[in-house]
Ligand binder design. Sequence first.
Ligand SMILES: Nc1ncnc2c1ncn2[C@@H]1O[C@H](COP(=O)(O)OP(=O)(O)O)[C@@H](O)[C@H]1O
Ligand SMILES: [Mg+2]
Length: 340
Amino acid sequence: MIRFEEISKEFKQSGKKMKALNHVSLEIEKGDIFGIIGYSGAGKSTLLRMVNGLETPSEGKVFVKGKELGSLNRQDLSHIKKSINMVFQHFNLLSSKTVFDNVALPLVLNKVDKATIKKRVHELLEFVGLDDKASSYPSQLSGGQKQRVGIARALITDPEILLCDEATSALDPKTTVSILELLKRINQEMNITILIITHEMQVIQYLCNKVAVMEHGQVIETGNVTDVFGNPQNPTTKEFVRTVIHDEIPESIVKELKQSTREKKIFQLKFFGENSSQSLLFQISQKFKAEFNVVFANISELQAATLGIFTIVFYGDPSETEQIRQFVADQGVDIEEVIL
Ligand SMILES: Nc1ncnc2c1ncn2[C@@H]1O[C@H](COP(=O)(O)OP(=O)(O)O)[C@@H](O)[C@H]1O
Ligand SMILES: [Mg+2]
């Protein structure tokens, strides 16, 4: 649906050249809710804006629906752009216009007839849960309601691709969840591909099936959300994952473990799926003599799976704890020793 091929972008900042994007390649497939995460200045907005031609690459190619944007004439480019719309962090509503008129605006500009506009605007306001606010003005709405208007306005052109630039970053956590729920419905019920950029890992965890992590204009890690959350490689990715999935042993327990002189090994196990953890622990208790104690557990819901992280202390001689490690690994469970 969208393909970035070796994209670089240079900007001039007070006479000096700086590279906002440095050889970025990514592919977003039809139906994806693809999240791009990174700290401020990583190049996320610059990359997103290339999809609808608001920025052009200094090097590399952007393909949308199989067409390379740089090779299109004006007419073909404007045709492609019609299949894309955008949602903004600060909503970008016209304060002098009612909710109805804000949502209707793209159709008014396209000279669509009034009856069609009225029908379509009400359908969409109902979809986003704001039909009773049609004649309100933006100043009378909460942040979440304003974003619903922004989303309805983006949907009115029937896009196939929705670009969201920090769509929830101006909202409180509870409102964020309700907007993410709405975006999920848009993806599922309207079959719209969503590309969302954010600096909040909760957004990726709650919404996305795929993720790319950006830093200093480069993609440093990308994949299915389950894989990246379950097994992050890059230190920055690990930092982001840690903001939503806690896997650290509480300080008090670390202290206790350090004080105890018993022979032991501490392992962190990661499970994807339902109750497999319980059955595995039961098997270990049947097969081995070692005493064990779960010192930390965390279950996280992701889009495609449940990720369970368990930190377990095994007491016993090293040869047996090594056998346990091997046994767990043989079951296809990710296991790593934790050194305090
Ligand atoms: N139009 C521009 N002119 C000059 N520098 C820019 C421009 N747009 C973005 N930049 C710079 O490019 C870098 C990446 O910006 P941006 O894509 O907005 O990052 P992000 O969205 O990840 O915060 C930043 O250092 C920013 O200052
Ligand atoms: Mg940005």
